[in-house]
Design a protein around this ligand. Structure first.
Ligand SMILES: NC(=O)c1ccc[n+]([C@@H]2O[C@H](COP(=O)([O-])OP(=O)(O)OC[C@H]3O[C@@H](n4cnc5c(N)ncnc54)[C@H](OP(=O)(O)O)[C@@H]3O)[C@@H](O)[C@H]2O)c1
Length: 329
């Protein structure tokens, strides 16, 4: 059994807690909030053994095997470092950090302490993504020539929502864009060049963007993300022998289809989640801990860092900096 702690009691913490509560080998051991009342309410709702009114108390709890960090992007660095310094393994929400420098420091401390640090990139643990990757790796669509992946989610402007706040690590890139970028780089690796445009809003973060990733051999990939439009967010991978599509909301879609060059469907697969889809990352983290792994082969440091570097470069092109970076540089 793996004893889990959760830091933060917001939207995704609730979804993750549901998966933990339903997963056979997981113990809902402790939850921490900046407010004790919130932690207690959360603990009661999801059956956690302990509730803490500070993140530090949870980080110091030696009975916890791994901490899931579900705070805004701007807090990931401090919360992760706090847990690692106190000897806890960490599964930290995407995007792992505000920039690649911070992410490197987080991984360096994990290595120094002999602990596991993994980005909670849940898409990559899901059976649908793994099937698509398998088809590509087996050459079922030949050489990949083009990938298109979108994640647009209409969110009405709210100056107090972390999504629009620069000091929370807001903007579409780190919140949504990280998914299509991870999808593309998982299949094609780091690009040779990046062409990108963004619409930067009044608070200094990107409200929407498009990114073209250009590869040496003529392959390219196009991604869009943003809060200003709503589309169905599917993904297409086109090769010289066929193509693959994933259903709507590709990163959490249960469906994928393989087509030949005449667009005939040759294989269709559906993988409904067993709990709510987060159980796969939970099980992989538990498998890694049980085997003494410091990283998962499914979401290794190298993959997270590739995407962090691309996001740094995009923001550099757009001229977008987080307030924390102005003082850190
Ligand atoms: N994997 C997924 O499907 C998925 C989906 C959504 C979001 N996420 C990721 O999960 C993280 C949290 O997103 P969310 O949508 O759950 O956010 P949220 O609803 O705003 O919750 C974030 C929580 O973090 C804590 N927190 C600490 N410092 C904070 C600050 N300065 N401002 C606001 N909250 C603060 C709060 O908990 P306490 O008050 O209890 O301390 C808050 O409830 C982000 O990194 C996001 O990218 C992942």
């Amino acid at each position: 059994m793996t004893r889990w702690g959760i830091i933060g009691t917001g939207r995704i913490a609730r979804t993750f807690a549901q998966a933990l509560a339903g997963n056979e080998n997981s113990v809902t051991a402790a939850v921490a909030s900046r407010t004790l009342e919130k932690a207690e309410k959360f603990a009661e709702e999801f059956g956690f053994e302990k509730a803490y009114g500070s993140y530090e108390e949870l980080a110091k709890d030696e009975s916890i095997d791994i901490v899931y960090i579900a705070t805004p992007m701007s807090a990931h660095y401090d919360d992760t470092m706090l847990c690692l310094k106190n000897g806890r393994n960490v599964l930290c929400e995407k995007s792992l950090a505000l920039n690649s420098k911070m992410a490197e420091e987080m991984f360096a401390l994990a290595e120094e302490k002999g602990l596991m640090l993994m980005e909670a990139m849940w898409m990559k643990f899901r059976p649908t993504f793994l099937k698509v990757k398998q088809w590509v790796d087996e050459g079922r669509i030949g050489k990949v020539q083009y990938i298109k992946a979108d994640f647009n989610n209409f969110v009405p402007y709210d100056k107090d929502d972390r999504l629009f706040k620069a000091d929370c690590g807001g903007g579409a890139l780190l919140d949504l864009g990280v998914y299509p970028l991870t999808f593309v780089t998982s299949l094609l690796g780091e690009p040779e060049d990046i062409i990108t445009h963004a619409h930067i809003g009044r608070d200094g973060v990107d409200l929407s963007h498009e990114i073209t990733l250009v590869y040496k051999d003529g392959t390219f990939a196009a991604t869009t993300s943003g809060f200003e439009i709503q589309n169905r967010n599917n993904a297409v991978i086109a090769g010289d022998k066929g193509s693959i599509t994933m259903g709507d909301w590709f990163f959490c879609s249960a469906e994928c289809t393989l087509y030949d060059l005449d667009s005939n469907a040759v294989e269709e697969r559906v993988f409904p989640p067993e709990i709510n889809g987060y159980e796969y990352e939970i099980r992989e983290a538990e498998r890694c801990l049980a085997n003494g792994f410091k990283e998962s082969p499914l979401v290794p440091k190298s993959g997270t860092m590739q995407v962090m570097r691309i996001m740094d470069r995009c923001r550099e092109i757009w001229g977008m900096k987080f307030p924390q970076e102005n003082t850190n540089d």
